[in-house]
Design a protein around this ligand. Structure first.
Ligand SMILES: [Fe+2]
Ligand SMILES: [Fe+2]
Length: 148
């Protein structure tokens, strides 16, 4: 599978949120590389399901802090809840051996990266950058995030 490339136009300028998005990309690519290794998939999935909870909370704080419109916060948060539940269900199905391959998990996560991070989160990026707080993530992080 082609790795999911980090797109610098997704940077909000909030270094914590941006680094978290980079890490989520890296975790997804690790999962794809581990497609034939169920133990490694489980390890990364467990980590990812906790990591996204922290990420969603951080992103929701940023929305509140940067005055993202309330209606947009509500619908974005509802989307976060839906994704959290979706990951949880996939982890349980995988753990119970109900999935015969890793394809449905990877497909779910690829869709999430594409439609949530690359589309929904972009609305927040535009909003935060519009407030003038944008700063690029330092290069060593952008090009080489630390391994788990
Ligand atoms: Fe996000
Ligand atoms: Fe989000």
């Amino acid at each position: 599978m082609t790795p999911f490339e980090w797109d610098p136009t997704l940077e909000t300028g909030d270094l914590v949120v941006d680094r978290q998005h980079m890490t989520i990309h890296r975790l997804f690519n690790q999962l794809e590389c581990a497609a034939d290794n169920p133990a490694e998939i489980m390890r990364v999935l467990d980590y990812l399901s906790e990591y996204v909870l922290m990420h969603f909370a951080t992103e929701e704080d940023l929305m509140a802090r940067e005055g993202f419109p309330e209606a947009a916060i509500d619908s974005h948060m509802a989307e976060h809840r839906k994704l959290t539940e979706g990951v949880r269900v996939k982890v349980l199905e995988f753990r119970r051996g109900e999935l015969t391959s890793t394809a449905p998990v990877l497909e779910f996560l690829r869709d999430w990266l594409k439609t949530h991070v690359h589309e929904c989160d972009r609305e927040l990026v535009v909003h935060v950058r519009g407030r003038g707080a944008y700063a690029r993530v330092p290069e060593p992080w952008a090009s080489c995030p630390p391994k788990l």
